[in-house]
Design a protein around this ligand. Structure first.
Ligand SMILES: [Zn+2]
Ligand SMILES: [Zn+2]
Length: 258
């Protein structure tokens, strides 16, 4: 499986790609090409073009949750597909996989994308709160069991898991459900106790230092090979986590083969 970061908060001089406070990954596994989140603007489309990644043959779109920094680019993607089909190229039907609550964004959530129902209407949708394999090795987790009440308001948050031969690779948007909750559920659903790596945003609540310590100790105990914290994960969090587990840099254009 190859994962390419189409857009992240971070960029570097090796690529000169756009960065924005948002997230989008392209995941290629066999003949399937999965777009995981769509960023905030059309930056992910511009970056994909620069990287030589063709978005016209994306087979699946997965939305980690409904926040605008993960779904704002969906309309731009639809415009791109309309433009391509107008010049005569056939576009296969794109299926959106997400948690069904993504269609019911909370009124008091300042990052909610209220246009999502209209945007999703333009695609085929496959919403599920249950775990579902998108390919032989890529699993959409659906609803992640959360016991911590402070995380309840992000009830549409989900993640992908790649089941590699040497353990699980967790691919997350913002980890609003809590990284440990996600990792424990991934282990249970995939029936594998080995967490190999984690890539994505790691959202930390108000209880900053205690939460990071708990996550760090958990990752160390689980013998996680390395993590790629990005997007909503700030430098302080990355530095603190690096005391427990190897931390890798992430930026628009980074490609990792798992
Ligand atoms: Zn979010
Ligand atoms: Zn986010």
């Amino acid at each position: 499986m190859q994962l390419t970061v189409l857009v992240d908060n971070n960029s570097n001089v090796a690529h000169f790609l756009c960065a924005e406070p948002a997230l989008s990954f392209c995941i290629e596994d066999g003949y399937r090409k999965i777009l995981f989140d769509c960023g905030y603007s059309d930056a992910f489309i511009k970056n994909a073009y620069q990287l030589g990644i063709d978005l016209s043959d994306v087979t699946d779109i997965v939305l980690s949750h409904g926040h605008i920094d993960h779904t704002g680019g969906l309309g731009r993607l639809q415009s791109l597909y309309l433009k391509i089909s107008r010049v005569g190229f056939p576009i296969c039907v794109k299926r959106i996989t997400a948690h069904p609550n993504i269609m019911h964004q909370l009124e008091d959530d300042s990052l909610a994308n209220k246009s999502l129902p209209q945007l999703c209407d333009l695609f085929e949708t496959s919403f599920t709160a249950h775990p579902r394999y998108l390919t032989d090795n890529i699993l959409f987790l659906g609803e992640i069991p959360v016991t911590d009440k402070t995380r309840y308001r992000h009830r549409d948050d989900s993640s992908l898991v790649y089941t590699s031969e040497s353990g699980l690779v967790i691919i997350s948007g913002c980890s609003h459900s809590g990284l440990i909750n996600i990792a424990e559920y991934a282990k249970k659903v995939a029936n594998d106790n080995r967490i190999r790596a984690i890539i994505g945003g790691i959202y930390i609540g108000n209880n900053h230092e205690n939460d990071i310590k708990e996550i760090g100790e958990y990752l160390r105990n689980e013998n996680v090979e390395c993590i790629y914290p990005c997007h909503c994960c700030d430098l302080d969090t990355k530095l603190l986590l690096s005391r427990y587990v190897p931390v890798k840099d992430v930026y628009s254009g980074l490609a990792i083969t798992f």
